[in-house]
Write a protein that binds this ligand. Structure first.
Ligand code: ADP
Ligand code: MG
Length: 622
C-alpha cells in the first residue's frame, strides 16, 4: 500500500485557516481597520458595497509598506509586530498574529496600493486565491489602501452562508463602531453603497461616543476615571436612566481592544445595583489600561476574548470605579463610596511582575495558546439569553401552577387541561365557553369563565398575547393589517445600528400595519400605524419594538419575522393590572378559543387553566 498522507496545497490550507479569522465580511472590516490603526494612521476611510459582499476597502494615511513588505504581508504568520516570544508580553498593537491579510487573500480578490513616505513610488499588488496576479509600481499618496472584492468567491459554501445585506451590514457597523470608539483621535468614515454613514472628526472620547451611539446620551454620561499603579479605568457610564431592556450599548476595551467579558460586565452591573430595574442594562463605554504582560489576548482567533492574570482585581477595580462615578453624580447620600484603599494593597498590585512570574506564565497558558494547535479552537460568542422566555416577565404564579399541575395530573389522571392542547373534534369533547354565565375578573389579572366542562382561569395578558400572535402571523402571511395614516407623520432618528435594524424590518412591519419610510440618514418617517396604536405613541412603539427585537437577536432559531411578531404580540398585549369591562373579557375569551393553539403562548406559557367538573367533584370527595 502506498502512503496516503499529502500536504495540502497552500491555497487550500490558507482557505481552511482563513475560516477562523474571516468568518464574514465584518471580520475583514475589523482586521483591515486594525491594521490601519497599527500603521499609525490619523485618517481611516472604510468603503463597502453590497454589505461588504462585493467590496470592502480601507484606506489609511499610515506608515505604508516597502515593496518587499507589501508582498510579505500576505504570507501566513508574516507580521512586523512581534519577532520574539518576549514581545508577546508587550503587545500594544491590535494585530500580532500575522494572519489577517493571508486569510483575506485566501478567500477574496485583493488589490493593495501602498507607499511609504520615503519611497518615490508606491506598490500596486493584485492577489487572488493567495496568488500574486500582478505587481507594479504605482503613484500613491503616503499610506495604504486595501480593497477586498467578492469575499468567498472561491468558497461557495461560505458565500451562501452569508446573511442578508442588512444583517451583514449591521455586523460591519458594529465592528466599525468598536474600532472607531477606541480611537477618537483618529478620523474615521464609513461609506456604504456610495452613502456616507459615519463621518467622525477627531475629537474627545465623549464626542466620539455621542457621534456613534446617538445624541440622546450627550447629557447622560458620567465620567469614570480611576488610576492605580497597576491599572487605569476610564470612560463613561450612562446615568441610570439610560438603562434599556437590551444590552446593546455596552463596550469594554482592554488596552484599546474591544473585548467581550461576561465577568467584567457583571462587575459593572453590580455597581448599578438598586439604581436600575433588575432586568435592564445601562450604557457604558469603559477602557481598562494595564501592563500587557498582565493579559493574554491570544486565547481567541479574533482576539475578542482575553485572559487576565488576575481577574479578581480587575473585577473589584472596575466595580469600584463605576460605583464611585455613579455616587459622585448621584444625589442619594447612601451611595457615597470611596475607592477601596485595600485594592492598592493587594498582592498583584503592590508586587511588581517579576521575571520569575513572567517565566511561569510563558510556561503555562500564554506560550501554548500561541501554538497553531491551540489557535484552531473557536469560541462562539455565547448568546445572552439561553431561552428567549427569559425575556418574558413570567407571571409570578406560573411556576407554582405548573408544578401543582404536574402533581395533580399524575395523581388524578388529568384534572387540569394544560400541558397539551389536543384539538378536539366538534361535539361533546370540545371545551366551550358558557354564553349565559357572566365572566369575572380577579386581581385585575385573571378571568374566571364558566365552560361546558367546568370552569377556566384565563391569564389576561398571556391569552391576549396568543391572540395577537396568531393575528400577526396571519397578517404577515396573507392578510396585512390595515394602516391608519398619521395626520402629522412623526419622524424618528435612530443610532446607526438601530437604523440598519429598522430598515431590515420595514417590509415585515408594513404587513403588521406600520408604514415607515426612510427619510434621510438614520431618520425615518412614520406614515401610518395599525389602528390600535394611539396617536402620539408611534415613536415609542417603534423604539420599544426595536429594543425587543434586539433582545431576540441572540436567538438564532427564530426568523426575523418571528422575533418581530413575538415582540409585537408581547408589546400590545393587555398587561396585568388593567381592569377589563365585561364586554372586553367576553371578547378576549372568545377570541382566545378561536385561536389554533389557544392554551399556550408562543413561548410556551399556559394562557389558561381548566378545572373540570369531575375533577372538582373528586376534590370535594363526591
Ligand atoms: P498582523 O496585523 O497580525 O501583523 P496582518 O496579516 O494583519 O498581520 O498584517 C501583516 C503585516 O502587514 C502587518 O504586520 C504590517 O506590517 C503590514 N500591514 C498590514 N496592513 C497594513 C497597513 N494598513 N499599513 C501598513 N502596514 C500594514
Ligand atoms: Mg492585522
Amino acid at each position: 500500500m502506498p502512503d496516503k498522507i499529502q500536504l495540502l496545497p497552500d491555497n487550500i490550507a490558507n482557505q481552511i485557516a482563513a475560516g477562523e479569522v474571516i468568518q464574514r465580511p465584518s471580520s475583514a472590516v475589523k482586521e483591515l481597520l486594525e491594521n490601519a490603526v497599527d500603521a499609525g494612521a490619523t485618517e481611516i476611510r472604510l468603503i463597502v458595497a453590497d454589505a461588504g459582499k462585493a467590496l470592502i476597502q480601507v484606506t489609511d494615511n499610515g506608515s505604508g509598506m516597502s515593496e518587499t513588505d507589501a508582498r510579505m504581508s500576505f504570507e501566513r504568520h508574516a507580521t512586523s509586530k512581534i519577532n520574539k516570544i518576549d514581545d508577546l508580553f508587550r503587545i500594544r498593537t491590535m494585530g500580532f498574529r500575522g494572519e489577517a491579510l493571508a486569510s483575506i487573500a485566501a478567500v477574496a480578490q485583493v488589490e493593495m496600493k501602498t507607499r511609504r513616505q520615503e519611497d518615490a513610488a508606491g506598490t500596486y499588488l493584485e492577489i487572488e486565491n493567495s496568488q500574486v496576479k500582478k505587481q507594479e509600481p504605482v503613484a500613491f499618496e503616503k499610506g495604504t489602501s486595501i480593497a477586498m472584492k467578492n469575499v468567498f468567491f472561491n468558497v461557495p459554501a461560505r458565500r451562501n452562508f452569508l446573511k442578508s445585506n442588512p444583517v451583514e451590514m449591521r455586523h460591519i457597523v458594529e465592528e466599525f463602531i468598536r474600532v472607531a470608539m477606541a480611537f477618537p483621535e483618529i478620523f474615521f468614515s464609513l461609506t456604504a453603497n456610495g452613502q456616507e454613514i459615519f463621518h467622525l472628526e477627531k475629537g474627545t472620547l465623549k464626542q466620539r461616543i455621542v457621534h456613534l451611539l446617538g445624541n440622546n446620551y450627550a447629557a447622560k454620561l458620567v465620567t469614570v476615571q480611576e488610576k492605580t499603579d497597576y491599572m487605569t479605568v476610564y470612560g463613561f457610564a450612562g446615568k441610570p436612566e439610560t438603562a434599556k431592556k437590551t444590552r446593546g450599548d455596552q463596550y469594554f476595551f482592554v488596552n484599546n481592544r474591544f473585548i467581550r467579558s461576561a465577568y467584567l460586565n457583571h462587575a459593572v452591573m453590580s455597581a448599578y445595583q438598586d439604581m436600575i430595574p433588575a432586568d435592564s442594562y445601562p450604557m457604558y463605554v469603559l477602557f481598562i489600561d494595564l501592563d500587557p504582560a498582565q493579559i493574554d489576548i491570544n486565547v481567541h482567533p479574533t482576539k475578542q476574548e482575553i485572559k487576565f492574570e488576575d481577574e479578581k482585581i480587575i473585577y473589584a477595580f472596575v466595580q469600584a470605579a463605576v460605583k464611585h462615578a455613579l455616587a459622585q453624580f448621584s444625589i442619594t447620600p447612601t451611595l457615597n463610596f470611596d475607592l477601596d484603599p485595600e485594592i492598592q494593597k493587594l498582592d498583584a498590585v503592590s508586587n511588581p511582575f517579576t521575571k520569575d512570574k513572567e517565566e511561569k506564565t510563558a510556561a503555562s497558558g500564554l506560550y501554548q495558546t500561541f501554538t497553531q494547535k491551540n489557535q484552531a479552537h473557536l469560541i462562539e460568542s455565547k448568546s445572552e439569553l439561553k431561552n428567549w422566555k427569559d425575556f418574558y416577565p413570567e407571571p409570578k404564579q406560573s411556576g407554582s401552577f405548573k408544578s401543582l399541575l404536574a402533581v395533580h395530573q399524575e395523581d388524578t389522571g388529568g384534572g387540569f387541561e394544560y400541558e397539551k392542547h389536543i384539538p378536539q373534534k366538534s361535539g361533546e369533547g370540545k371545551l366551550a365557553l358558557l354564553e349565559d354565565v357572566p365572566l369575572l375578573q380577579l386581581h385585575h389579572t385573571y378571568i374566571v369563565a364558566g365552560t361546558n366542562q367546568g370552569f377556566i382561569l384565563i391569564h389576561q395578558q398571556l391569552a391576549h398575547e396568543r391572540i395577537l400572535y396568531e393575528r400577526y402571523m396571519l397578517a404577515a402571511r396573507e392578510k396585512p393589517i390595515a394602516t391608519q395614516k398619521s395626520l402629522f407623520p412623526p419622524t424618528i432618528t435612530l443610532s446607526a445600528p438601530d437604523a440598519v435594524l429598522l430598515q431590515e424590518l420595514l417590509p415585515d412591519l408594513h404587513l403588521l400595519g406600520y408604514q415607515v419610510e426612510e427619510f434621510g440618514k438614520d431618520t425615518f418617517v412614520i406614515q401610518g400605524t395599525p389602528a390600535d396604536v394611539p396617536e402620539g405613541n408611534e415613536k415609542h412603539a417603534i423604539e420599544q419594538m426595536l429594543e425587543q427585537v434586539k433582545h431576540f437577536n441572540s436567538e438564532v432559531k427564530f426568523s426575523r419575522r418571528e422575533k418581530l411578531i413575538r415582540s409585537m404580540a408581547w408589546q400590545h398585549a393587555v398587561k396585568p393590572g388593567k381592569s377589563l369591562t365585561v364586554a372586553e373579557m367576553r371578547k378576549l375569551a372568545e377570541e382566545l378559543f378561536e385561536c389554533n393553539q389557544p392554551n399556550i403562548t408562543a413561548s410556551g406559557n399556559a394562557t389558561y387553566i381548566a378545572f373540570k367538573k369531575d375533577y372538582l367533584e373528586r376534590m370535594f370527595g363526591k
